[in-house]
Write a protein that binds this ligand. Sequence first.
Ligand code: ATP
Ligand code: MG
Length: 212
Amino acid sequence: MDKQQERASSETKVTETKAERHKQRQKKLKAGVDAKIAAAQEEKGILLVLTGNGKGKSTSGFGTIARAVGHGQRAAVVQFIKGNWECGERNLLEQAGVKFYVMASGFTWETQDKQQDTAAAEAAWQQAEQLLSDDSVDCVMLDELTYMLSYHYLDVDRVINALNNRPKMQHVIITGRACHRAVLDIADTVSEVLAVKHAFDNGVKAQVGFDY
Ligand code: ATP
Ligand code: MG
């Protein structure tokens, strides 16, 4: 064996050892994942909270609604937002049979009329309560609900109570920034979207079909 052949042979050995080590690592990893899959036996409706300051909370929630509808399930959305906002997902999902309830358009974030805002939140929440007691609805999205709690438009105990007493198999998605601790505590899954950067900060307007 000349020098070149020796080098090639030892390089092959190194590659083989690396491949074997990788194989062992993957085997161990698979055993761990398989054990977790085997242990996860419970079936229940999941309470998902999508919070944080980054973009992607509502779009993620609507994606989950689309997933449910794609399986022939029944879904509904209550939007706790300023009214009259165009919503691309609504235009599409309503055609697929998803019921949308949007808070009355008089609502303002500026709270110039606290009484009117509270009434609007209350009416939207009553729709939510109805959905949360209807076991024919598989998935309920409460879009931007978190603000109703941070602005004290809704009583947190009442919200928690309705969430806790909903049908066992019903999934719920709550979106919005700064979610109340009591809601996080009873949630099954919480994801926080981190704002690393946003086009708006560089002067880009909200783009139709992309931002709403
Ligand atoms: P999306 O509906 O795009 O998933 P979101 O639900 O995470 O966004 P919201 O706080 O509900 O975010 O804001 C809705 C609108 O504000 C969207 O048009 C979104 O692009 C924009 N937005 C979201 N995050 C930011 C941010 N960090 N800075 C500026 N604008 C944002
Ligand atoms: Mg949103």
